[in-house]
Design a protein around this ligand. Structure first.
Ligand code: HEC
Ligand code: HEC
Ligand code: HEC
Length: 438
């Protein structure tokens, strides 16, 4: 018996020791901040474009705060994590970080001192960024204006806040090897895959997560997920919209923030498009090619197919409820003046709600929030704007409009999407979320 206990203890020490060896990473020594003049202007410019594609600002810049100085709270199911300052300030930012330390943070989720970072920094995607692109990003960030600003302490409770335990998470869910290019596919496809699965970290929002916050794999990859009170729709197969996404429509959406056959990019996707703006056309095209391929390369629908979907034209069935009929009146009075397309191809400036994933998808969050908050000039299409109805419509009226749109344009098989059953409750909760984000 004693022998067994002794060997079990021995095994425990061995496993624990092995874990510590795996989990422990050395500090990388502080450096004197490199002089901004030491970076070539073209390299800095390349880094600026890449920082847009990586959407660094949407997490690292607090609304109304100085660029990249952090402080934004990320709400996770476990508590609030505050994003760090990545300006080159030596004390509170990354001024003392060598390129090696910067690269290790982005690709392996390790701070300069060796502590594990939380996957709120999407290093699980950024691990795919090439050395050359990291070098350009480093040049860009080291030439920003240093800002002295300390982020608040995270509210993630003990023991989840113990950074060493993140090593356990990595052991379970993170393979640091970067993705390989696929020789069976075109150079364009591979470029798209590199941008989407790396810097673009599209999967961070569009893939559902398990209870430990790791992205699910296999069929779940890009199958749509609720994140930070927005629903990021499925990006493969038939998707969540009425029509599948062809390469042309993907290109229009990613380039201009809207596609006539789908609608516009609102919510957190608006910021993504703003960042992608800096990329050249061929990169946007490459991502469109990659995502169209994930969906089996659907061709553009025929005008007839589009017309059939649009011809449903907001007609409620005879069995409609009183709430749906009330929603119809509100829609015709408040929305239809703009959201009406005569027969033919829809005009992107008046998004055709019958084709929109906010109406046809499994979750009502986007429809409710876009109705309440509108779509700002920065989001969606350049120069287009829709004011919000947070003041104009009561919870019950927003719910009624959503119910009407869902009944006229949503899928016939309602049971699959039970989130639509509790619309009235959702409106109140999402109204509060919208206020917090203002
Ligand atoms: C989805 C949100 C998100 C995006 C996008 C993002 N970051 Fe971060 N980043 C974080 C969070 C959260 C942390 C802090 C993690 C922690 O404290 O464990 C962080 C930490 C870092 C750190 C470590 C800083 C330190 O002091 O420990 C660096 C460096 C960094 N990010 C650079 C970048 C760059 C460069 C980009 C764009 C290519 C980027 N981040 C995009 C959320 C994000
Ligand atoms: C004054 C014109 C106008 C009115 C009235 C209006 N909208 Fe909009 N709506 C727009 C425009 C323009 C956009 C696209 C904005 C952009 O791209 O920045 C839009 C976008 C939307 C979107 C996002 C669509 C997408 O593709 O994701 C939804 C949902 C929406 N409107 C619902 C409504 C509802 C519901 C009402 C009535 C309660 C309404 N709108 C009233 C002009 C209007
Ligand atoms: C920060 C979270 C986030 C990231 C990162 C993100 N998305 Fe999105 N995406 C969303 C949300 C939310 C929507 C819904 C927007 C709406 O309805 O207005 C969306 C919508 C879309 C749509 C339209 C889908 C539909 O059926 O309506 C496409 C296409 C898309 N995203 C592609 C991408 C690509 C490509 C990337 C990576 C370059 C990406 N997204 C990264 C959150 C994100």
């Amino acid at each position: 018996m004693k022998r067994i206990i002794q060997s079990l203890l021995g095994l425990g020490v061995l496993v624990g020791g092995a874990f510590l060896v795996y989990a422990w990473h050395p500090e990388i020594a502080k450096i004197e901040p490199p002089k901004p003049e030491s970076f070539a202007a073209e390299l800095v410019e390349k880094g600026r474009v890449l920082a847009g594609a990586g959407n660094c600002a949407s997490c690292h810049t607090l609304k109304g705060g100085p660029d990249y100085a952090g402080g934004r709270g990320m709400h996770t199911p476990f508590g609030t994590l505050y994003v760090t300052n990545i300006t080159p300030d030596v004390e509170t930012g990354i001024g003392g970080w060598s390129e090696q330390a910067f690269a290790r943070a982005l690709r392996l989720g390790l701070a300069r001192d060796g502590a594990h970072l939380f996957p709120g920094l999407p290093y699980t995607s950024y691990k795919n960024i090439t050395d050359a692109d990291v070098t350009a990003l480093y040049a860009y960030f080291m030439t920003r204006k240093p800002v002295k600003m300390e982020e608040p302490k995270s509210t993630i409770p003990f023991p989840l806040n113990v950074r060493l335990f993140q090593a356990g998470w990595k052991l379970l869910f993170f393979a640091p090897t970067p993705m390989q290019s696929d020789p069976g596919k075109s150079a364009e496809w591979n470029r798209g895959a590199y941008l989407a699965e790396g810097l673009g970290h599209c999967t961070a929002c569009h893939t559902p997560r398990n209870i430990l916050g790791a992205e699910k794999t296999g069929a779940a990859h890009f199958s749509g997920a609720l994140v930070d009170n927005w629903y990021a729709p499925s990006l493969k197969g038939k998707g969540d919209a009425a029509l599948p996404w062809s390469a042309n429509e993907l290109y229009a959406y990613l380039r201009d923030g809207g596609s006539p056959l789908h609608g516009v990019a609102g919510g957190s996707m608006g910021h993504v498009i703003e960042g992608l703006n800096r990329l050249p056309d061929q990169d946007i095209r490459a991502m469109a090619v990659y995502f169209a391929d994930l969906s089996g390369n659907p061709v553009d629908p025929s005008a007839q197919e589009v017309a059939t979907l649009m011809a449903r034209n907001g007609m409620l069935p005879a069995s409609a409820t009183a709430e749906e009929k009330r929603g119809e009146v509100i829609f015709k009075n408040s929305c239809a003046g703009c959201h009406y397309n005569p027969p033919g191809l829809p005009n992107v400036l008046r998004p055709e709600l019958s084709l929109n994933s906010a109406v046809t998808g499994p979750d009502p969050t986007n429809l409710l929030r876009l109705t309440l908050e509108g779509v700002s000039i920065a989001d969606g299409l350049k120069d287009a704007y829709m004011h919000g109805y947070a003041i104009g419509l009561s919870d019950a009226n927003v719910a009624a409009v959503a119910r009407y749109l869902r009944r006229t344009y949503g899928p016939a098989n309602e049971e699959a999407h039970s989130a639509w059953n509790t619309l009235d409750k959702s409106v109140g909760a999402l109204r509060a979320v919208g206020r917090e984000h203002k």
